[in-house]
Design a protein around this ligand. Structure first.
Ligand code: ADP
Ligand code: MG
Length: 481
């Protein structure tokens, strides 16, 4: 549609109302149906445009139909009168019709939707009568409606769009131009994004809010558009960040739930487990025959594994331990001495480079669990004749230069497939079937976080240089909480 009889900007002041003195067609030519939507920030901007639109129609001897809130009707009447338009006369003539938006809606709304038949009867009648009142065969008839805006403000955008479509349908049989007004503030909801597009699609003209239309030069408008595009991009980025944070929060909640479950199960298992271990201890020393003794040994070592799982699960939720200054070098050495024999049994060469007497503030038992878990994983992943190197040195966090220590456990094991890497810190993720619990690294990550530390994993499955290097930075002191 190329033309419309709605003045879309403030370039043409309305002619004062003259009672139609001739019976010829009015001087404003009737354009094909124009259905414009104006978005506005302040009422003044909307009222300015309705005044021009309705004023121009009345001034040309045509008709003006206003279906608006009382506040807008009153303000508009004042503005039209101050332009010299004899509104009382136009009203008496039936060329100026001012209706209340809510009351008019009530006449055709059924179950929160506009009823097409009723709409046609009610609105069709209003347009026909106002058109006839002009006495012209093809007069300029301008309408302003904000029933759609009321529906929108009433959280019923679906009905608003249905109503916009009914206005378009009635325009096929009645000649008028229509201006709709929507306050921008009613579009503050993210979910209305698509509905906003649909509203625009139902209109032949879209008039942006006054902060844009008030700009005079093309250059000013280009700058305004660039600024808006920049703001839209910022908004998109903020949206993405919020989404990521929500995802992270959901994951944390899941972890907390899994941890609680594991801890409560472990708690329940712990007591009977201790009893059974004691019973086995007594049995082993009760002078059993060698076969039974071997069976009891097997049961004992399996139960030791269960005890380890229980300890891991409980540890994550153990609260109330007080951090203290400790010698991490000794903790690492103790752990190595325990696992050295296990490594030797599978012919794995275990070596260490430990700076002695490195002191940090932390939770000794839990730091020990970190090293135990990492060492055990390295041993389990490393084939015969493989190598494991553990090192512990003073260091600074790369990003902040915060002082601390860096623990590295490097193995020449299988390496971790890319698809697993993202999951190894999840609870119950294991590739060791019934031999694994999938809790080790999850516990490790919890303890490292508790120490405000940082874990880094580098791994390769390359046939010639496979292996995994896990590096953990622990700050020397815990942050004050
Ligand atoms: P688990 O040892 O009980 O399987 P963890 O949480 O300790 O559970 O480890 C999870 C998984 O991470 C392991 O099953 C294994 O697939 C992988 N993984 C951990 N450490 C290593 C390593 N050093 N080399 C190869 N894979 C490893
Ligand atoms: Mg493990």
């Amino acid at each position: 549609m190329s033309t419309a009889n709605i003045p879309l900007n403030n370039s043409s002041p309305p002619a004062p109302l003259l009672a139609p003195s001739t019976r010829h067609a009015p001087h404003t030519p009737h354009a094909p149906h124009a259905h414009a939507v104006q978005f506005y920030e302040e009422d003044t901007a909307l009222l300015d445009n309705i005044t021009r639109t309705i004023g121009a129609a009345l001034g040309s001897g045509g008709a003006g139909i206003v279906i608006a809130t009382e506040a807008h009707r009153v303000a508009l009447a004042g503005r039209l009168s101050s332009l010299g338009i004899d509104l009382a006369l136009a009203r008496r003539q039936g060329r100026y019709v001012a209706l209340d938006a809510a009351d008019t809606l009530d006449q055709f709304m059924v179950d929160s939707h506009p009823d097409p038949e009723r709409f046609r009867t009610v609105i069709g009648d209003v347009i026909t009568r106002a058109t006839r009142a002009t006495g012209f065969s093809n007069p300029s008839v301008a309408a302003f409606g904000e029933m759609v805006a009321l529906l929108w403000a009433d959280s019923n955008p679906t009905a608003a769009i249905e109503l916009e479509r009914l206005w378009n349908a009635i325009a096929l049989t009645h000649h008028f131009s229509l201006l709709c007004g929507y306050s921008l503030s009613t579009f503050g909801d993210d979910r209305h994004d698509e509905a906003f597009r649909l509203v625009c699609a139902e209109h032949s003209h879209v008039i942006p809010a006054e902060t844009y239309t008030a700009l005079l030069t093309e250059d000013e408008r280009h700058r305004a558009i660039s600024l808006l595009q920049h703001k839209a991009e910022l908004l998109n980025q903020t949206r993405r960040t919020i989404q990521q944070q929500e995802d992270r929060l959901r994951k944390t909640e899941k972890l907390a739930a899994a941890g609680q479950l594991a801890a409560s199960l472990a708690h329940e298992i712990n007591n009977p487990l201790s009893s059974v271990i004691n019973v086995l201890y007594l049995l082993k020393n009760a002078g059993l025959d060698p076969t039974t003794h071997a069976l009891v040994e097997t049961a004992d070592s399996e139960l030791a594994r269960v005890a380890r799982i229980v300890r891991q699960s409980l540890s994550y939720y153990r609260i109330g331990t007080v951090p203290r200054e400790l010698d991490l070098s000794t903790v690492v050495d103790e752990s190595i001495s325990i696992y050295r024999e296990k490594a030797a049994r599978t012919c794995i060469h275990l070596s260490s480079r430990i700076t002695p007497a490195l002191r940090i503030v932390g939770f000794g038992d839990e730091l020990r669990q970190v090293i135990d878990n990492l060492l055990l994983n390295a041993i389990e992943a490393t084939p015969q004749n493989g190598r494991i190197i553990i090192s512990l040195h003073p260091a600074r966090r790369w990003s902040t230069l915060q002082p601390g220590v860096r623990l590295t456990i490097a193995d020449t094991g299988s390496g971790i497939p890319r698809t697993h890497l993202a999951r190894i810190f999840e609870p119950f993720f294991t590739t060791k079937a019934e031999k694994g619990t999938g809790l080790g690294l999850w516990v490790v990550s919890g303890i490292v976080a508790k120490h405000d530390g940082h874990i880094n994993v580098r791994t390769s499955e390359h046939p010639a240089r496979h292996g995994t290097v896990i590096t953990i930075f622990f700050p020397s002191t815990l942050p004050t909480r």
